[in-house]
Design a protein around this ligand. Structure first.
Ligand code: ARG
Ligand code: ZN
Length: 849
C-alpha cells in the first residue's frame, strides 16, 4: 500500500547506523502460507555513529515475539519497521515473525515459484523476511538453519550440518542482508568442480527443476571459465567450499549474486542448442560471469548505500564485458555494447528519466537499476582505464581490493585508489558520476600546409534537475588516414577537458581523413559533418574495426534520414560500400553481419526529434523497409555466396566462430526472403536442427506474412518448454506489421498460455509490443492503451516489473500532438489508479515531468 506522501531519500542525508552487527542466526520453518522466521542477532553500539535510534526495517511481517537479552519486549511497530529501547552495551536481539511466501507475487523477499521457495533481497527485500537494519553498510556473518520437508535446502556460505528435513549453512564472510539467499525445493544438481589458484577444491552445482537437466552443461562451463578468468586477469580467487547456482522461472531481473548462492532467472542460465539461440548462449555466458565477478566487486567490497549502486554494477558490467571480449571477439563485443547503449541508455539519459550514474535521490531504489547505472557506469570505468592506461588500472584495482576488502564503499573510495596510484586529480572526471545527460561533441576541422587541426567542443543539454552543465573529461581516440587509405597517425587518445579545444597534427603530406571516437572511446554523441564520400572512405579503409562499422552505420542513418524527410532514394554510396565489405571473405562473418544492421527505428526517431523534426513512426518504418528491399536487390548475386560462407558443417557449438557464421547466414536469409517471398526460409525452417536457425527462419516467414503453419507447428513442438514459448509469444509481436501489432499482442494476452504473472511471459508480449516502434505508436492509440491496461493490472501483483515497463512511455514528448495526447492520457490513467505502488507512482510521475 502506498504512503500518503511518498518519501524521497537523499544521498546527502547519509548517516551510519547506530549499531554494529556481530552475528546473525536465522531459523526458517518453511510452510507455504505461515513460514516462521526466528532471528538471533548480536548487536553492539557503533562507536562511529551518534544516533542511537534502534530502528529495524520490517514490512509485511507478523511479529510473534521479540526479546532483548532474553527479556520479552513490545517494540513500537509501523508499516516500515519497528523501534525499541536498547541497552547502551552489546545485546542479543531475538524475534519470531510469520510470513506468507505462497502469496508473495511481487517476487521480492521469500516467495514461491513452481513449489520452490526462493528469495530476492536486493535491494530492500530482506525486510520482508525479518526485522533487520536492511542497509548495505551493515555487514555480518550469517548462520542459517532451514527446517522444511523438501529434498534440497540451500543458503549462503558452506554447508555445516544437515539431517532429515533440515540443513544448516554458515557464511563466514560478513555481508549485508541484500546478499542473503535461501532456496528449498525438489531440485536436481548438475555438478561441477573447480580447483582455485591456491589449490583449493570448490564444489559447484547448478540446481534445476526435474526436466531441465539437459540445459545445464553450458552454464556450468561458463562458470568455470569465469572463475579462471577472474584469477588470471584480476588475481581474484573464490573464497568458499561451494558455489551454487539455482534456476528459477519467476524472477524480476536477470540474476542475483547472493554470496555462494546465485539465483538466476531460468532464461539467464538454462540453455541447449535445440531450445536456445546463439544470442541466448552469449547472454548466459555474460550473466554467469557477471554474477560470479560480483563475489569480489559487490560482495567482498560492497556499497555503503544504494546511491553507490554503480560502484558494484558499473565495475562488474565492465568486467563481464572484458570477459566476453576475451572469450569471443573484442570488436564485435564493442559494437554490440555501443548499439545497446544507444538504444537503451541514450533515450533514458536524454528524456524525463535522466539521472546521474550516481543518483542523488530516489523514492524507490528498484527504479534505479537502470541502463545508466549499469551500462553508462561501465563506460565510465572504460574511460578511466583508457585515460590512466592498462598498467595503472591494474595497480589501482589491486589497491582497491587490498584497501577495501570487507568494507562498504563509495565512489569517492573508488576514485581515490586511482588518484593514489596515478597522481592524477580526478575531480573533474568525477562529473561523469554526478552530471546526467549524454555529452555531444561537435567536430570542426582545418587543414593548412601540412597541419591538420581538429577542434572539438562539448555540450550537454539540460536534464531534469540539472540546467547547467560543466565540461567533462572525455577521452577521444583519434587516428588519421592518408588519401590512399594508409594510416598516417595511429590511434591517440585526446583528452577533451574544456568546452572547446583544438588539437594539431603536424608534418602531414596531404589532408587526412580523421577517424574520431575510435573504439567508441566515450559514451557520447559525435556531431560531425562528414560527407558521404568520407564515410565511404572510412568504411573501406579504417583500421579501427569499431569506426569502420560506424562509418557504415552513419551512411545508413544518413540515407534513412533523407529517405524519411526528403523522399530520397536509397543512397548508392551506402549500397556499394556495404556490398564491398560483405564481399570481403577475409572479414569475420560476425562483423559482416553487424555491418548489415540498421539503426533502430526508435533511434532514428530520436535523431529526427533532436534536429527539430517530429518523427513519424510509419514513415520511419517505410523507409527501413524500402532500404532493406533495395539492399536485398543490390546484393542479390552475393546472397548465395554469403549463405555458403555461413554454412557450418560441424556439430552445433555456440562459440563465437559458429555463431558469427550463423548471424551472417541469417542476415542473408532475411534479405533473400524479401526477394523470394520466403521460399528459402520455408526450406530453412524445415531443415533447422537448432533454435537459432529455426527462429531465424520463422521470423523471416512471419515478416513475409507467411508461416502460419510453421507457427502452429512450432507451438506444438515446444508447448512444454516455458523458455521457448516466451520466444513464440514475443516473435509474433515483433514480426507483426505495424497495423496488426496491437491486435496481435492483444490476441496473445487471451491465449491460455499467457501466464501474465510470470515476468518473462509478460515481458515477452508487452516488451515486444513496446519495442515494435511503428506498431506501438499506431495513431489510434491501441498500442498505448493495451500496454497501460496491462500495467494497471500487473501493478498490485508485481510493482517492480510494472514500474520498469513504464519506461516504454519515456519518449512520449518526442512525437506529434495527437500521439502525445494519447500517451499522456494513458500515463495519467495509470497515475490515477487507486493504490498504485510506490514503484510505479515514481516512474509515471517522473515520465509525466
Ligand atoms: N545485483 C543484480 C545484478 O545486477 C541485480 C538485482 C536487482 N534486483 C532488483 N530487484 N532491483 O546482478
Ligand atoms: Zn550486477
Amino acid at each position: 500500500m502506498r504512503d500518503a506522501a511518498p518519501t524521497t531519500i537523499y544521498l546527502k542525508d547519509y548517516t551510519p547506523f547506530g549499531y554494529l552487527v556481530d552475528s546473525v542466526h536465522l531459523t526458517f520453518d518453511l510452510t507455504p502460507h505461515a513460514t516462521r522466521v526466528t532471528s538471533r542477532i548480536a548487536f553492539r553500539p557503533n562507536p562511529n555513529a551518534t544516533d542511537r535510534t534502534f530502528f529495524l526495517h520490517g514490512e509485511e511481517l507478523t511479529l510473534i515475539r521479540a526479546a532483548i537479552d532474553g527479556g520479552e519486549i513490545t517494540p513500537e511497530l509501523s508499516d516500515k519497521g519497528l523501534t525499541a529501547i536498547t541497552p547502551d552495551a552489546p545485546f542479543i536481539w531475538e524475534a519470531e515473525v510469520e510470513i506468507d511466501p505462497g502469496n508473495n507475487t511481487a517476487l521480492e523477499g521469500l516467495y514461491m515459484s513452481n513449489g520452490m521457495y526462493c528469495t530476492q533481497c536486493e535491494a530492500e527485500g530482506f525486510r520482508k523476511i525479518t526485522y533487520y537494519p536492511d542497509r548495505p553498510d551493515v555487514m555480518s556473518t550469517f548462520t542459517v538453519r532451514i527446517n522444511g520437508d523438501l529434498p534440497v535446502l540451500l543458503s549462503n556460505g558452506n554447508p555445516t550440518a544437515k539431517g532429515e528435513g533440515w540443513a544448516e549453512w554458515t557464511d563466514p564472510w560478513p555481508k549485508p542482508a541484500y546478499l542473503f539467499a535461501l532456496v528449498a525445493g525438489d531440485l536436481i544438481a548438475h555438478p561441477g568442480q573447480f580447483t582455485t589458484m591456491s589449490d583449493r577444491e570448490v564444489e559447484l552445482n547448478l540446481w534445476v527443476r526435474p526436466g531441465d537437466e539437459g540445459k545445464c552443461a553450458f552454464g556450468m562451463e561458463a562458470l568455470k571459465k569465469s572463475m579462471k578468468w577472474d584469477e588470471d586477469v584480476y588475481g581474484r580467487e573464490y573464497d568458499l567450499d561451494v558455489f551454487n547456482i539455482v534456476a528459477v522461472d519467476d524472477f524480476n531481473m536477470g540474476a542475483m549474486e547472493n554470496k555462494g548462492l546465485n539465483i538466476f532467472n531460468s532464461s539467464a542460465v538454462l540453455a541447449s542448442p535445440e531450445t536456445s539461440t546463439d544470442a541466448n548462449f552469449e547472454r548466459i555466458e555474460a550473466i554467469i560471469a557477471h554474477e560470479y565477478f560480483h563475489n569480489w566487486t559487490g560482495n567482498r567490497i560492497t556499497c555503503r548505500d544504494w546511491f553507490q549502486l554503480c560502484l558494484k554494477e558499473g565495475l562488474t558490467v565492465f568486467r563481464d564485458a572484458q570477459f566476453t571480449s576475451d572469450m569471443r571477439s573484442a570488436p564485435v563485443k564493442r559494437i554490440h555494447d555501443a548499439i545497446d547503449l544507444r538504444s537503451r541508455q541514450f533515450p533514458e539519459d536524454n528524456g524525463p528519466l535522466s539521472h546521474p550514474v550516481r543518483p542523488e535521490s530516489f523514492q524507490e531504489i528498484n527504479n534505479f537499476y537502470t541502463a545508466t547505472v549499469y551500462e553508462k557506469g561501465a563506460e565510465i570505468i572504460g574511460m578511466l582505464k583508457r585515460l590512466v592506461g592498462d598498467e595503472a588500472y591494474a595497480k589501482a584495482l589491486d589497491l582497491y581490493f587490498d584497501r577495501h576488502d570487507g568494507q562498504a564503499c563509495t565512489i569517492e573510495d573508488w576514485l581515490k585508489v586511482f588518484e593514489d596510484t596515478t597522481d592524477r586529480d580526478l575531480s573533474q572526471f568525477k562529473r561523469w558520476y554526478s552530471q546526467s545527460g549524454t555529452p555531444r561533441i561537435a567536430v570542426a576541422e582545418a587543414w593548412d600546409d601540412g597541419t591538420y587541426t581538429l577542434t572539438l567542443s562539448q555540450r550537454t543539454e539540460p536534464t531534469p534537475g540539472q540546467d547547467d552543465k560543466q565540461p567533462q573529461v572525455i577521452p577521444v581516440a583519434v587516428g588519421l588516414l592518408g588519401p590512399n587509405g594508409d594510416e598516417v597517425r595511429s590511434t591517440e587518445v585526446l583528452e577533451l577537458t574544456e568546452t572547446e579545444q583544438s588539437f594539431q597534427f603536424t608534418g602531414l603530406a596531404a589532408r587526412p581523413v580523421a577517424s574520431i571516437l575510435r573504439d567508441f572511446s566515450a559514451p557520447v554523441i559525435l556531431e560531425q559533418d562528414q560527407t558521404n564520400s568520407e564515410r565511404a572512405f572510412l568504411l573501406a579503409h579504417d583500421t579501427d574495426p569499431f569506426n569502420r562499422w560506424q562509418a557504415g552505420r552513419s551512411l545508413a542513418q544518413d540515407t534513412l534520414l533523407r529517405m524519411i524527410s526528403d523522399e530520397a532514394a536509397p543512397d548508392a554510396d551506402y549500397l556499394d560500400g556495404l556490398l564491398s565489405v560483405l564481399r570481403d571473405g577475409e572479414l569475420d562473418p560476425a562483423y559482416r553481419a553487424l555491418m548489415l544492421g540498421l539503426p533502430a527505428q526508435s533511434e532514428l526517431a530520436a535523431t529526427l526529434y533532436e534536429r527539430g523534426d517530429t518523427p513519424d513512426p510509419m514513415a520511419i518504418w517505410a523507409a527501413v523497409e524500402t532500404l532493406r528491399q533495395a539492399t536485398a536487390q543490390h546484393m542479390q548475386d552475393l546472397l548465395p555466396r554469403l549463405h555458403g560462407e555461413a554454412m557450418v558443417d560441424a556439430p552445433y557449438s555456440p562459440d563465437a566462430e559458429q555463431s558469427g557464421k550463423r548471424a551472417l547466414g541469417s542476415a542473408a536469409l532475411a534479405l533473400t526472403s524479401r526477394l523470394d517471398g520466403g521460399a528459402m526460409a520455408a526450406d530453412a525452417y524445415a531443415n533447422a536442427d537448432n533454435m537459432t536457425l529455426q527462429l531465424t527462419a520463422l521470423s523471416c516467414l512471419l515478416r513475409a506474412r507467411k508461416g502460419e503453419e510453421e507457427l502452429a507447428g512450432f507451438y506444438d513442438q515446444w508447448k512444454h518448454d516455458r523458455l521457448v514459448m516466451d520466444k513464440w509469444f514475443g516473435l509474433q509481436v515483433s514480426m507483426a506489421s505495424p497495423e496488426a501489432t496491437p491486435k496481435t499482442a492483444r490476441a496473445l494476452t487471451e491465449h491460455p498460455d499467457f501466464n501474465w504473472k510470470n515476468p518473462n511471459r509478460f515481458r515477452a508480449v508487452m516488451g515486444a509490443l513496446a519495442m515494435n516502434h511503428a506498431g506501438f505508436h499506431q495513431t489510434d492509440g491501441t498500442g498505448y492503451q493495451l500496454l497501460a491496461d496491462w500495467l494497471i493490472r500487473l501493478d498490485p501483483v508485481n510493482p517492480q516489473t510494472t514500474a520498469r515497463m513504464c519506461a516504454a512511455f519515456q519518449t512520449w514528448t518526442r512525437y506529434d500532438a495527437g500521439r502525445q495526447d494519447l500517451m499522456r492520457a494513458q500515463l495519467t490513467r495509470i497515475a490515477e489508479t487507486p493504490n498504485l505502488s510506490r514503484d510505479t507512482t515514481e516512474m509515471v510521475s517522473r515520465i509525466l515531468g
